[in-house]
Structure formats: C-alpha cells, structure tokens
Design a protein around this ligand. Sequence first.
Ligand SMILES: Nc1ncnc2c1ncn2[C@@H]1O[C@H](COP(=O)(O)OP(=O)(O)O)[C@@H](O)[C@H]1O
Ligand SMILES: [Mg+2]
Length: 351
Amino acid sequence: MRDIPGAADLTAIALTGLRKRFAAGGTVALDDVSLEVRAGEIFGIVGRSGAGKSTLIRTVNLLERPDAGGISVLGQDMLALDDAGLRAARRGIGMVFQHFNLHTRRTVAENVAFPLEIAGLSRAERRARVDEILPLVGLEGKRDAWPAQLSGGQKQRVGIARALASRPGILLCDEATSALDPETTQEILALIRGLRDRLDLTVLLITHELGVVKAICERVAVMEAGRISEQGRVFDVFTQPEQATTRHFVSEVVGHSVPAATIARLPEPGPGEVRQLAQVIFAGPNSTRAVVSEASRDFGIDINIVSGRIDEIAGEPFGVMALAAYGPEEKVRAAFDWMRGLGLTVQELSA
Ligand SMILES: Nc1ncnc2c1ncn2[C@@H]1O[C@H](COP(=O)(O)OP(=O)(O)O)[C@@H](O)[C@H]1O
Ligand SMILES: [Mg+2]
C-alpha cells in the first residue's frame, strides 16, 4: 500500500471469510467469501441468480449478518458497532435497489429527503440537500412529481439521489439496472460512473449481466454457489478466465454464437478427420501473432476462420474469432492446446 492518503489502492471495503446459511441444513448462501474493494473503484460482483450476490452485498451494511467472517468498511469493523454506531456507519453507505423501492405517496423530493428525515435533519437542511442532489441525477425539474409519473430510468435516478442524500462515501447497487431496458441501462451506468468521479465514491455493484460489468467496472469477482470463483481486472477475467465455469459464463458476453446456418455451410471433415469448432479470444502479448497460420502449418491441420471481430474493454482491444479446425483428432486438440499455451483463451464449441 502506498502511504499517500486518498491513493487508489486504499481499501474501502474488506470482506474476509464470510459464511452464511439461512437455515440449518439449508443451502449455503456464502461459503468463505473474501474480497477487497479499493477506494474510488467500481467493483462488480457477477453471477447467476441464486449465487449469493444479494446476500453478499447486504452484509456490507449489515442488512444481512454473516454467521462468520469479518466486514471492514472504511477501516471500521462493522461487526463491533453498537446500534448507534451502526446507524451512523450506514449513513456512509448508500444503497440502490433493482425495483427502486420508492414511496408511491411521496413526491420525488420527499423520497430523496426520507433518509435525512430519519437521520433527524431539519426541514431546511433537507431542502438544501435535495436541491443540491436532484441536479446531479438530472431530475431538477421533477422535485414535485410522483413516482407514478416517472419512467423506470427516472425512478432509478430518484433511488440513486436518495442513496446519496446522506453524502455517503460508498454506494452499493443491487441489480440497479436489471429492471431497465438496454438504453436506459447505459444511461444509468454512465450516471453512476459520473457520480463516482464527481463525488469520489467507491461503488460496489452486483449484477447477473456481464454487459454491466463490461460497461463500467474496473475489477470484478465472479460468484457461483456462494463462492468467488475468480476475481481480477475486468479485462483479464473476461479475456483470460482461469476457471472453466468462468470461461463458459464470459463467453456469453465477449463471445458470439455462430449461427446454425453458418455451421451448416461448413465443409464436412474428411475420412479419419474431425471438425472442431472453437472460439478463441486474442488478448495479451501473443494476440498479434499469426496464430491461425502457424497452428495450421505446424500441426498439419486446416483451420477455417468462421467469424471474427474486435472488441474492447475500457479502451483495451481484444479479438474474438470462431474457428473450425479439420484434421486428425489428436492434432486438432494439440493445436488448440498450443494456443492455450500462448495465453489465448480457447473454448471448444459443439456443433
Ligand atoms: N432471506 C432468505 N431466507 C432464506 N434463504 C435465502 C434468503 N435470501 C437468500 N436466500 C437463499 O440464498 C441463496 C442466495 O440468494 P441471493 O443472495 O439472493 O442470490 P443472488 O442475489 O445471487 O440471486 C439462494 O439459495 C436463496 O434462495
Ligand atoms: Mg440478487
């Protein structure tokens, strides 16, 4: 750790060895989960439904108490706090929900002011805070509107404003864009990133959508069945996943499916040969090698390029190709293993 206050490598949230089971003999929702979120970053936790993501994010502000493990937020041991200490700590942690959770009988301004009312701020202070925050989320003209008069994206802007009303340093987002259409999702993600920059927030978000992680997160943890299977920089986890299950999961977003009609037009393998389709992600130092022609020549096989494209994560480019390799089974397999040895991510596809 550098000794510069505010440096990006300070830890904002440290979770260690968290365990949680909701009922004796029931499924384990958290199974020895540890992770660190650095101050100022946008950290994503991604996984399928039921993986334990909501349970995990709710331990950060102790909406969920773990059976075991440690929770430190901005250097404070959350499990050691008394009720008053916990209430104060929670004011430093804003939370945004998938279904907005707005009071339908309160106006936009009243919804945003609600946590401030609970915290005991005066009417004048609440008003000043609401006036300060609504423009930040693009709702300056909506202070007296009712939730029912708002679009989904506007409702989530209210949810974000409410989460930020007590000027927290940390923002937790539980599937904040999962109820929104793709375009509105991108708007809300851009808003969250902009707020992070302007307000020096640390953002921990959970989502089942890899596209969300790809769009705004700097680091990511992949969660499966209560455990973190893999974590690191988004670019690394997406382009060079270490676990087979992560590979499968990320291939859904960085990869692309090859249309059945395209596969139908591919030549059949000759006698004694196989045809193996594979998706290859080119990233890292070997990504510019002439991998296809080298493999074809050195292993004596034919490789058809079925499709290909260039994509990027946070401005870092990577290539994705679907290949069809033809030849004796062991040579085809050896060629793909050689590519893996170069650090490329190869996922065999069935066809
Ligand atoms: N309040 C609860 N009571 C009992 N089981 C729960 C409760 N909340 C979550 N679970 C269970 O814990 C597991 C993880 O759930 P959850 O954290 O909501 O996953 P995710 O957010 O990844 O979809 C699931 O098996 C779920 O059924
Ligand atoms: Mg959830």
